[in-house]
Design a protein around this ligand. Structure first.
Ligand code: NAD
Ligand code: TYD
Length: 336
């Protein structure tokens, strides 16, 4: 199969491309705009692979997308997005543009040049806070942030193209990923890299918010199962089944790095902060036989080790434009 991966230079997309090239015989075209979050270093070593091709471009560029699909391509998996909730509070427009309008462009292009499967990569955040129990695929959509609202819109738009135009659309809704190559603005890599540098770990509010963590290699294996065997028109939740409070995660990172508790700084809460996410991934297990393999503590240990061993990668990433954002908008908001 020839697969168009959009947003393949980001965290999950780059892990997914590595999995495709290592574990399958599929050909890969990676279309990525290389925003602040896209980084070709994440794909280092793959450039010479004859089954891999990189195209720098925007999913909102209709002509470019149509040209790539006309090559032709068998499958499309869309990772391309603005992905950080805090940034969506500062600048909602760019989220609506990429996450919603960008998906509209991809879908229209697929009407012109059909693919065998279009997998829209979505998030559990579309269900909003799940104070008790687990969210299954039939649960109501109740997004709290411009990020999750734009992702909910994308899921619905994609599914409407299945119902109305018969496009082979599948949606995967993943829980919080963690692992190598995650941009250090998200909780786990930010706290690991700050702790290594003896910088404060800014915990929002009381730190009792719960996220359901999945190791990125498991998430990618689950996405591959959905891409290869998922049914058109279906939504599949893909969660790790590891619910932890932010403070539990923070304490684990400090212990692992043998750093003192005093690095924890309680800061202003995130507006619209969802208290708890928890996914029911039973459908994926029952219908496609997929279950994540990694145990959370073991996955987090591997992640800490990766950031210890790849300081040049995150030091570069944490400089330049990112530092500007971190020092002005981010620190100002949390009052650090
Ligand atoms: P990321 O921010 O690390 O990567 C996003 C990638 O998309 C970057 O390489 C960026 O350059 C690219 N991109 C952005 N705008 C683009 C555009 N207009 N055209 C082409 N490329 C563009 O994100 P991630 O954490 O790897 O997340 C990937 C996908 O998974 C996103 O759709 C996100 O909503 C979803 N998701 C992420 C998580 C998580 O925990 N990280 C959980 C659930 C779902
Ligand atoms: P994040 O990694 O941004 O993922 P998401 O908001 O998509 O779940 O945040 C994970 C949790 O960690 C979330 O409850 C917000 C919290 N958080 C902090 O407490 N401090 C921080 O500096 C960041 C980035 C997140």
């Amino acid at each position: 199969m020839k697969i168009l991966v959009t947003g393949g230079a980001g965290f999950i997309g780059s892990n997914f491309i590595r999995l495709l090239l290592q574990e399958t015989s599929h050909q890969v075209v990676n279309l990525d705009f290389l925003t602040y979050a896209g980084n070709l270093e994440n794909l280092q070593g793959l450039e010479k692979n004859k089954r891999y091709r990189f195209v720098k471009g925007d999913i909102r560029d209709r002509k470019l997308v149509e040209r790539i699909l006309a090559e032709p391509v068998d499958a499309l998996i869309n990772f391309a997005a603005e992905s950080h909730v805090d940034r969506s509070i500062l600048d909602p427009q760019s989220f609506i543009q990429t996450n919603y309008f960008g998906v509209a462009v991809l879908l229209e292009a697929c009407r012109k040049t059909p693919v065998k499967i279009y997998l829209q990569v979505g998030t559990d955040e579309v269900y909003g806070p799940i104070l008790k129990g687990l969210a299954d695929e039939a649960g109501p959509l109740n997004p709290s942030s411009p990020y999750s609202a734009s992702k909910a819109g994308a899921d619905l738009l994609a599914l409407s193209y299945h119902k109305t135009f018969g496009l082979p659309i599948t949606v995967a809704r993943m829980s919080n990923n963690y692992g190598p190559f995650q941009f250090p603005e998200k909780l786990i890599p930010l706290f690991i890299t700050n702790a290594i540098a003896d910088q404060p770990l800014p915990v929002y509010g009381d730190g009792q918010q719960v996220r359901d963590w999945i190791f990125v290699e498991d998430a990618c294996a689950g996405l591959l199962a959905i891409l290869e065997e998922g049914q058109p028109g279906e939504i599949y939740n893909l969660g790790g089944g590891n619910q932890r409070t932010n403070l539990e995660v923070t304490q684990f990172i400090l212990n692992e790095l043998k750093k003192p508790k005093r690095l924890i700084k309680f800061v202003a809460d995130r507006p619209g902060h969802d208290r708890r996410y928890a996914l029911d991934s039973g459908k994926l297990k029952k219908q496609l036989g997929f279950e994540p393999a990694a145990d959370f503590e073991n996955g987090l240990k591997r992640t800490v080790k990766w950031y210890l061993e790849n300081r040049n990668w995150w030091r570069r990433v944490k400089s330049g434009k990112y530092l500007e954002y971190y020092r002005t908008q981010y620190q100002k908001r949390i009052g650090l």
